[in-house]
Design a protein around this ligand. Structure first.
Ligand code: FMN
Length: 484
């Protein structure tokens, strides 16, 4: 049995869209008339706490392609993708893509790196994005480009695409079982963590030297930064209390503030989390059950340990206040993890090859992103807040994007998958051009299925360039197999 929620394309009017939401008891704001030009709420600039100006309210999320060289330099695929980000018309480029601070922290052997020897190629990658923006949109004075710094922690595959070489902060019985990680795997020591902090600071210094406006100290999606936030069970100075679980980030920020004056700082974090989901006999995702000796699920930052199907925002709000205090200027709200509960992170109609059919209408997932983002945004005053999960709105992205900005529910609308299939979408919306429906992302998930099977990522269904690659045939074959 497949899930059978209506596709967004079949909801032909605002009324149909809203009645679908009503069925599930959720709300998504919607502006029936989308304004273009200077008057558009989406065209309004945003001024950061430091006084720096970002020209409009669209952000492009980091989107990696699993397509760097083994040495961590960009390839022509990477350059093409970053050029598309520049061409999008969005004025905030959040990080480009996850870039490892050192080799053992790579999520795959083709992840970009920002070591001394990668500086020239990363500089030219950034410049190609900026040039593309200038060629299509004129001024780049109000374009703000960051680099996302990462260590993949539990999900490191630095040498062989299929071989996990995890660096963990604590033992997580469910993830160890799913990913076949021995419960004997050693946890990172405090001394190893302190050493790693230095790599982040040096990476930030390099990013600043080659022209990036900010760095994102990634804390989302189950990678190492995110795992610190949920290290409730870890003893010592990096685990247990909120103060200890945020020590990694605070120390990196301190180091960057000292070493890189003038560099802005961002943090993308998974604001809420839930236990892992696995497919049931009908392939529908079901939450796994786990309780510790106190009857609690103890591994979710922003989760409710007594009721793990729910979330709790007290710690995420405390985290935001901390970020404000220590001088972080931008935050990007994501949720959960694409590895173990992907329907929360990126609502989709079609699952990736290592996933499950959505246990809820993906619109419910979008509504959750928007609601949580709004609650967090209204809890702080200075941070620039970017929201995620909008691509599944498809034809209704313009209506919802305008509505959330106009109502001040969030500061920036971030786009991920739709930036792969339809890079010019933000520019078309801002300029009132006819929307090119053929390029709207329909959430086929091929951009995830391909790399899960060792191939480069890209929009195989809708981007002619990827359609014509030999890898496209391979993706089709994998999907046929999945149907059996
Ligand atoms: C192919 C692919 C690559 C991604 N790469 C990154 C990444 O490098 N860093 C990151 O923080 N998120 C990454 N994400 C998550 C997206 O940035 C985004 O949060 C997610 O797709 C939901 O937003 P959307 O609905 O606009 O796609 C990736 C997602 C996909 C599908």
């Amino acid at each position: 049995m497949k899930t059978h929620y209506p596709t967004v394309a079949s909801l032909k009017s605002q009324a149909a869209f809203e009645s679908e939401l009503k069925k599930h008891g959720v709300e998504i704001p919607f502006d029936p008339e989308v304004i273009s030009g200077k008057e558009s709420p989406l065209a309004q600039p945003f001024i950061l706490a430091s006084g720096k100006k970002i020209g409009n309210r669209f952000a492009i999320h980091p989107m990696e392609g699993w397509d760097g060289t083994p040495e961590g330099d960009p390839t022509e695929y990477t350059v093409r993708r970053w050029k598309h980000f520049g061409r999008s018309g969005a004025k905030l480029i959040w990080g480009g893509e996850a870039t490892a601070v050192r080799p053992d922290g790579r999520a795959n052997p083709n992840q970009l790196m920002i070591q001394e020897q990668n500086m020239a190629s990363m500089e030219s990658l950034r410049e190609s994005l900026v040039k593309e923006h200038r060629d299509h949109h004129g001024s780049t004075a109000d374009l703000f480009v960051g680099l996302q710094l990462t260590h993949s922690g539990r999900f490191c595959r630095p040498n062989i695409k299929t071989k996990l070489e995890p660096k963990i902060l604590y033992h997580h019985p469910l993830l160890e079982e799913i990913y076949n990680i021995s419960p004997e795997t050693p946890v990172m020591t405090d001394a190893e963590i302190e050493d790693l902090i230095g790599y982040y600071v040096r990476a930030a210094k390099r990013a600043q030297a080659i022209g990036f406006d900010f760095v994102d100290i990634k804390h989302c999606h189950g990678y190492l930064g995110h795992e610190f936030l949920s290290s409730f069970s870890r003893p010592g100075k990096f685990g247990g209390s909120f103060e200890n679980r945020t020590r990694f980030l605070r120390t990196i920020v301190e180091g960057i503030k000292t070493e890189c004056p003038g560099l802005s700082l961002g943090v993308r974090f998974s604001v809420i989390d839930f236990p892992p989901f696995r497919p049931d006999e009908d392939n529908i995702g079901r939450m796994l059950e786990y309780r510790d000796e106190n009857g609690r699920y103890p591994f979710a930052f922003g989760g409710d340990p007594e009721h793990p199907e729910n979330y709790k925002l007290d710690e995420p709000i405390a985290f935001l206040k901390l970020l404000e205090e220590i001088g972080v200027e931008l935050v990007n709200f994501s949720v959960a993890s694409p590895y173990y509960n992907h329907h929360f992170t990126r609502p989709a109609y079609f699952p990736p090859s290592d996933g499950y059919d959505a246990p809820e209408d993906p619109l419910v997932g979008v509504a959750r992103h928007i609601s949580v983002g709004n609650q967090l945004h209204s809890s702080i005053s200075k941070l620039a807040c970017v929201g995620s999960g909008y691509s599944y709105l498809q034809d209704y992205i313009p209506n919802v994007a305008q509505a959330v900005i106009r109502r001040e529910m969030i500061d920036f609308v971030g786009l991920g998958r739709s930036a792969l299939s339809y890079p010019e979408f933000p520019a078309d919306i801002l300029n009132g051009r006819v929307i090119n429906r053929k390029h709207i992302c329909r959430s086929f998930s091929d951009c995830t299925t391909a790399p899960r099977k060792g191939l480069i990522s890209g929009c195989y269904p809708l981007d002619e360039y990827y359609k014509s690659l030999p890898e496209a045939e391979e993706v089709k074959r994998i999907k046929q197999e999945m149907k059996k």
